[in-house]
Design a protein around this ligand. Structure first.
Ligand SMILES: NC(=O)c1ccc[n+]([C@@H]2O[C@H](COP(=O)([O-])OP(=O)(O)OC[C@H]3O[C@@H](n4cnc5c(N)ncnc54)[C@H](OP(=O)(O)O)[C@@H]3O)[C@@H](O)[C@H]2O)c1
Length: 336
């Protein structure tokens, strides 16, 4: 299939401010939206820490980024989001490399509709990769975010969600945040169950709902303490990345169906505008959600801000998310 052309990205890219003097940490830059965002912030002058699990993809994407932005200040750090130990050692490395603090943490990496498997820590592979490890990483980097906010006036935590936050369930369920990996519904896929329903998709939905509930919980907690660290969330609509192909290889969708469906996607860069907006736009405020619209059919278009939504931005869901995530990661998430 020929590459999907960007529609909105060129004008958006031209409007972005300098990121000189800013330190950006981003997960999942071997392909897709993370790769695109890492390149943009490096071009804008930021120091960029690339957190990826070890692989030939990681090595190739680093070489590719260095070629795309000669002289950029890239720092690769090994970080496997399926392991809390790996996340902790990556965070320790960020502390060593960033005495100046961290201005932007972008929790981008993700997987979709994988089989019902436990990580080495015993949690669902999707929930740990997409949310729990990012929760732990954020907790570990909070002192650096506060430090940068103290000197620069603000810092940002950016989470990456999906239109899948809506369905099949709008309710965050405790069991998906518990040590029940491999025992959360089985491997029913998009064809064995109603399209994009069934257990693989419910686990993805829960992890993407958790990204939003985490943003809402952070936003309220940070505001209560008077912190100038912002919490934001984005979604890319439907973007032409590796996500769906990884799902197809893991049996979550048919590969012919996936190839056909991808014809209707938007470009990687257009899909990355949500996280890049949250990371870079001066006017992006804590508690905002950027994406190509707030509805379930918002799959393409310019990234625009909208408000966090009530089905996760409520006291019960925010507290559930926080308590279960602290319990799972065994961390006390301190917001000064
Ligand atoms: N594309 C879409 O249409 C779409 C729609 C809604 C939401 N999203 C969200 O967008 C985000 C980025 O995904 P993408 O679309 O850009 O897909 P992608 O091209 O597959 O990129 C995903 C990134 O996550 C990384 N990753 C996966 N598992 C990891 C692990 N255990 N440790 C460290 N890194 C890991 C991948 O690295 P490896 O090379 O090591 O696998 C890759 O760099 C995800 O959070 C996804 O849920 C995408």
């Amino acid at each position: 299939m020929p590459p999907v052309q960007s529609v909105h990205f060129p004008a958006f890219r031209a409007s972005l401010p300098s990121m000189g003097g800013r330190t950006v940490v981003i997960t999942g830059t071997t392909s897709g939206t993370g790769r695109a965002a890492a390149q943009v912030v490096a071009e804008l002058g930021a120091k960029v820490l690339l957190l990826n699990r070890a692989s030939s993809r990681s090595e190739a994407s680093l070489a590719d980024l260095k070629a795309a932005v000669p002289g950029a200040d890239f720092h690769p750090i090994e970080c496997d989001l399926q392991s809390f130990a790996s996340v902790k050692s990556a965070a320790a490395r960020v502390h060593e490399l960033c005495p100046e603090g961290v201005h932007v943490l972008c929790n981008n990496a993700g997987v979709m509709a994988l089989p019902d498997q436990a990580t080495v820590d015993g949690f669902d592979v999707q929930m740990q990769t997409n949310h729990l490890s990012h929760f732990l990483l954020t907790a570990e980097l909070m002192p650096l975010l506060e430090k940068a906010a103290g000197s620069a006036g603000e810092a940002r935590i950016v989470n990456h969600s999906s239109v899948a936050r809506f369905a099949p369930s709008k309710t965050l369920l405790a069991e998906f945040l518990e040590k029940r990996g491999g025992d959360l519904g089985g491997d029913g896929n998009a064809f064995q169950n109603a399209l994009f329903r069934g257990p693989r998709w419910l686990r993805y939905n829960q992890s993407k709902l958790a990204n939003c509930a985490f943003t809402a919980a952070l936003h309220h907690r940070l505001a209560t303490t008077g912190s100038t660290v912002k919490a934001l969330v984005a979604h890319p609509g439907f973007a032409n990345t590796q996500l769906q192909h990884t799902t197809a290889k893991a049996g979550g969708m048919g590969s012919m169906f996936t190839s056909f469906m991808m014809r209707f996607s938007q470009s990687i860069e257009d899909g990355a505008m949500g996280i890049i907006s949250c990371m870079c736009l001066p006017q992006a405020a804590s508690g905002e959600f950027y994406g190509p619209g707030s509805g379930q059919a918002s799959l393409k278009g310019e990234a625009k801000p909208f408000a966090l939504e009530g089905y996760y931005d409520n006291p019960e869901t925010r507290d559930l998310l926080w308590e279960k995530s602290c319990e799972a990661t065994q961390c006390e998430f301190q917001i000064p």
